[in-house]
Write a protein of this length. Structure first.
Length: 275
């Protein structure tokens, strides 16, 4: 599933192509993905310019005068900027046509989403899918994120890995990046969240930020389907410190990386470094 670095990589690729450009036509080839695509979407955006291309958590937000189009890439979705000569393929579910190219959404599993938030309904952050999201670790100082993480985990008995995946305190640390961040912070993934002191929360907040920045610099991670808006793959997974390295030697010590399952997700960690 594309996580924050992958979605931000796509946003950075699309923003120069779409900002202040007018949508000339909209082609919707399916009525629904995870949820129904709003019937009035074409009327809302066709003939109107894109004001901004934003991101909140794993959601891409395309701002127009009358509101925002929200896109989530689900498990296997991709947004690519293509030329008109590129033929439509299977699972190409939506095109936004501009004078100089096409934004094309492909989603084989159809777990993604294309939604609309009317400006008259309030600010975009009030949308039900965004309202309960946690802090953005790339736009807020790590010290502030660490304090928030500490305060938000008091009394929480779930593991710190589960708290990171939940996204209600801090967004962006999906499975790969949660494993990597916890390794950098030297925190065992099964540690009860409420047992972390302020110092370890501060250390974890900094580790999350550094991990996400490193992933961004490498174009994200391409494990299965993810590609950027230009079709290129990410390669952060090639330099991962623990993720998918079960049985291999730790890059920090001489121990062996282990794999456990938490909430039906694989977790990788070094028992010597993380305790």
């Amino acid at each position: 599933m594309p996580e924050l670095p992958e979605v931000e990589t796509v946003r950075r690729g699309l923003a120069p192509q779409m900002t202040a450009r007018t949508v000339r036509a909209v082609s919707l080839r399916v009525p629904a993905l995870r949820w129904p695509i709003p019937e009035a979407l074409s009327d809302r955006i066709q003939g109107n310019p894109v004001h901004q291309v934003l991101r909140r958590g794993k959601y891409l937000l395309f701002e127009f005068a009358s509101g925002w189009m929200l896109i989530h890439l689900g498990m296997s979705g991709s947004l690519r900027w293509v030329g008109p000569e590129l033929a439509v393929r299977k699972h190409d579910h939506m095109d936004l046509v501009f004078d100089h190219g096409i934004l094309r959404l492909n989603d084989p599993r159809r777990f993604g989403a294309v939604l609309w938030h009317e400006r008259s309904s309030g600010p975009i952050d009030s949308h039900p899918l965004l309202a309960k999201l946690g802090l953005e670790p790339l736009s807020i100082p790590a010290q502030q994120v660490g304090q928030w993480l500490y305060e938000g985990t008091r009394g929480r008995r779930s593991s710190i890995k589960a708290v990171l995946l939940a996204g209600d305190l801090v967004v962006g640390a999906g499975n790969i990046y949660a494993c990597e961040s916890l390794f950098r912070a030297r925190i065992h993934p099964a540690t009860q969240a409420g047992r972390l002191g302020l110092a370890r929360c501060q250390r974890l907040a900094l580790a999350v930020r550094e991990t996400l920045l490193d992933a961004l610099a490498r174009g994200g991670s391409s494990l299965r389907d993810f590609v950027g808006s230009d079709g290129s793959s990410g390669y952060f997974q090639l330099d991962a410190l623990v993720y998918d390295r079960a049985g291999l030697t730790c890059r920090r010590c001489t121990g062996r990386i282990r794999r456990i399952v938490q909430q039906q997700r694989a977790t990788f960690y070094c028992p010597a470094c993380q305790h």
